[in-house]
Design a binder for this molecule. Structure first.
Ligand code: AMP
Length: 178
C-alpha cells in the first residue's frame, strides 16, 4: 500500500532551524531532513507541482543552489525542462546577469542567454523566500529572455521579511510559512 501524502505542516515540522548560521542573528532553515526522508521529499515535490498538469509547463527554472534540488525533481514530474539560474561566474556559456540584495549580503545571478524560448511557460522555484531579492532578480532574468512566469513557488516563506512585496504581479505560492 502506498504511504499517505505528507501535509505541509508535517513538512514544516521536519525543517530544522539552525540559529546563528551562517552569521549571528540568522535563523537558518535547514531542509536536509526533508530531503533525506523519501516520503517527505516526494510529497514536497507533489505539493509544489499539484497545480500544474504535465505538459502545461515548458521549463522549471531553479535558483542556485537549494532551489535546484526541488526544481529539477519538479521538472521531471511535470515532464518539463530544467534551467538553472546560477551565481555569477558558474555558467560556462554567454549569460545575462542581474544584481540583487540578499537577507545577508549582496550578489549577482546569471542565466544562459539561450536558456529559455520567448513565450515559453515557466515555473520558477527556490527553497526559501526571505526578502525576495533573489527571486525578483531571477524573475527579471526570465523576463529578459521573453518567457512567461506562470508561478513562483517556494518550500518556505519567511513572511515577516515581506518578500512577496518584491514579487507583485506574479502568483506566489509557498508551502510552509513562518
Ligand atoms: P532573499 O533574496 O532574501 O529572498 O533570500 C532568499 C535566498 O537566500 C534563498 O535562495 C535561500 O536559500 C537563502 N536564504 C535566505 N534566508 C535564509 C534562511 N533564513 N535560511 C535558509 N536560507 C536562506
Amino acid at each position: 500500500m502506498s504511504q499517505p501524502k505528507p501535509t505541509p505542516s508535517e513538512i514544516g515540522h521536519a525543517i530544522r532551524n539552525v540559529p546563528d548560521f551562517p552569521k549571528p542573528g540568522i535563523q537558518f532553515k535547514d531542509i536536509t531532513p526533508v530531503l533525506a526522508d523519501a516520503r517527505l521529499f516526494s510529497g514536497t515535490i507533489e505539493l509544489l507541482t499539484e497545480r500544474f498538469k504535465p505538459g502545461t509547463v515548458d521549463t522549471v527554472v531553479g535558483i542556485d543552489a537549494r532551489g535546484f534540488i526541488f526544481a529539477a525533481a519538479a521538472a521531471v514530474r511535470l515532464q518539463a525542462g530544467f534551467v538553472p539560474v546560477r551565481k555569477k561566474g558558474k555558467l560556462p556559456y554567454r549569460t545575462h546577469e542581474q544584481d540583487y540584495a540578499l537577507e545577508y549580503g549582496s550578489a549577482t545571478i546569471a542565466i544562459h542567454v539561450d536558456a529559455l524560448r520567448p513565450g515559453s511557460r515557466v515555473l520558477l522555484i527556490d527553497d526559501l523566500l526571505a526578502t525576495g531579492g533573489t527571486a525578483a532578480a531571477a524573475a527579471a532574468l526570465v523576463h529578459r529572455l521573453g518567457a512567461n512566469i506562470l508561478e513562483i513557488s517556494f518550500l518556505i516563506e519567511l513572511s515577516f521579511l515581506k518578500g512577496r512585496d518584491k514579487l507583485t504581479g506574479y502568483p506566489v505560492r509557498s508551502l510552509v510559512v513562518y
